[in-house]
Design a protein around this ligand. Structure first.
Ligand code: MF3
Ligand code: CO
Length: 285
C-alpha cells in the first residue's frame, strides 16, 4: 500500500529551482510532510510579524504591571483593548469565530479560552493565564503568560514554573530541518517527570498572515514526525500542562471556556517563534 502524504512544495511556473527547493523536495520525496511555500515568510512579512509582536509584548507588560487581587477579568480586557487600539492595532480574539472579548483570561482549573467578565474577581492565590494576540497592519502575533495573584500554594507555584520550563525546553528541541514532533516529545518528557500531564485537545500553530495557520504544533508525544521545520516558518508553542489528568471539556454554556475534567489547576505559557538557520528566535519577547 502506498502511504499518501500531501505534496505541499511546488516550484511556481517560470521559477528556476534553487538549492532550498531541492532540499525541501528531497524530504517530500522521502514521504515527509513539508510546509507549503506560503508558510515560509519573506523578510518583509517577518518584519511585520515582529512589529506586531512588539505591541503584543507591550500589552502583556502592561497587564503584568496592573494585575492584582480584587481586579475583574473584564478590567484586564479593557486594558488590552485600550492599549492595543492606542497603538494602531486590533486585538485578534475580538469577534474571532464569535469570541466576544479582546483577550483570553483563564484562572486555576480553566485551561484556556476563558472569557473576561465583570463578575470574575481575581483572588489571592489564583493563578491566571492571560493570552494576548495582536493584529498590526494585517500581521498576527500571539503570546501568553501566567500570573500568580499574591501568594499561592507551593503546588500551584511549581506548576507555573514547570510549565514555563516546558515552553523553553520545547523551543530548544525545535531545530531547523528537524520536525514539529520533536517539540511535543521534549515537552511531554519534562511534564511527565514532574508528575504532570499534557493537554492534547489544543495545539500550537503557525501564525503571521492569519491567526491560525499550519503546522499544528502538538505538545504531547504523538510518536509522529509532523511537519518539517524550515527556516522562515513562524509558529507558536503554547503548552497547557495539568496538575492532574490531561482530559478537558468545553463549557457548554459559553462554548469557549476549556476546563480540566478533574478540576485540578492547569497552566500555560506561549510565545510566537521564527525558525532561523540557528534555531528558534522569539518574536514576542
Ligand atoms: N490565543 C489563542 C491561541 O493561542 C487563541 C484564542 S482564540 C479566541 O491560539 F478566540 F479564543 F481568542
Ligand atoms: Co496561540
Amino acid at each position: 500500500m502506498f502511504k499518501k502524504v500531501k505534496r505541499n512544495w511546488y516550484i511556481p511556473k517560470g521559477h528556476t529551482i534553487t538549492d532550498f527547493d531541492k532540499k525541501i523536495l528531497s524530504y517530500q520525496n522521502r514521504g515527509k510532510l513539508v510546509p507549503t511555500p506560503k508558510l515560509i515568510k519573506t523578510p518583509e512579512q517577518i518584519e511585520g510579524i515582529r512589529r506586531s509582536g512588539v505591541v503584543n509584548t507591550g500589552v502583556l507588560d502592561l497587564v503584568e504591571e496592573k494585575i492584582c487581587a480584587g481586579m475583574s477579568t473584564l478590567e484586564i480586557d479593557k486594558l488590552v483593548y485600550d492599549y492595543t487600539t492606542a497603538h494602531g492595532a486590533i486585538p485578534a480574539p475580538l469577534n474571532y469565530e464569535g469570541f466576544p472579548k479582546s483577550v483570553c483570561t483563564s484562572i486555576n482549573e480553566v485551561v484556556c479560552h476563558g472569557i473576561p467578565s465583570e463578575h470574575e474577581i481575581l483572588e489571592e492565590g489564583d493563578i491566571i493565564n492571560v493570552d494576548v494576540s495582536t493584529i498590526l497592519d494585517g500581521y498576527y502575533s500571539d503570546a501568553s503568560r501566567m500570573f500568580i495573584i499574591g501568594k499561592t500554594t507551593p503546588e500551584k507555584e511549581r506548576l507555573v514554573k514547570v510549565t514555563r520550563e516546558c515552553l523553553e525546553i520545547g523551543a530548544q528541541a525545535a531545530r531547523p530541518w528537524g520536525f514539529v514532533g520533536d517539540i511535543g516529545k521534549a515537552i511531554a518528557k519534562h511534564a511527565h517527570r514532574n508528575g504532570y500531564s499534557v493537554v492534547r485537545d489544543l495545539a500550537g500553530h503557525g501564525v503571521g498572515l492569519e491567526f491560525h495557520e499550519d503546522p499544528e504544533v502538538d505538545h504531547y508525544n504523538t510518536h509522529k514526525d509532523g511537519m518539517l521545520l524550515v527556516p522562515g516558518m513562524v509558529f507558536t508553542i503554547e503548552p497547557m500542562i495539568n496538575m492532574g489528568d490531561w482530559h478537558v471539556f468545553v463549557d457548554e454554556e459559553d462554548g469557549w471556556t476549556v476546563v480540566t475534567e478533574d478540576e485540578l489547576p492547569s497552566a500555560q505559557w506561549e510565545h510566537t517563534f521564527l525558525m532561523t538557520e540557528n534555531g528558534l528566535e522569539i518574536l514576542t519577547h
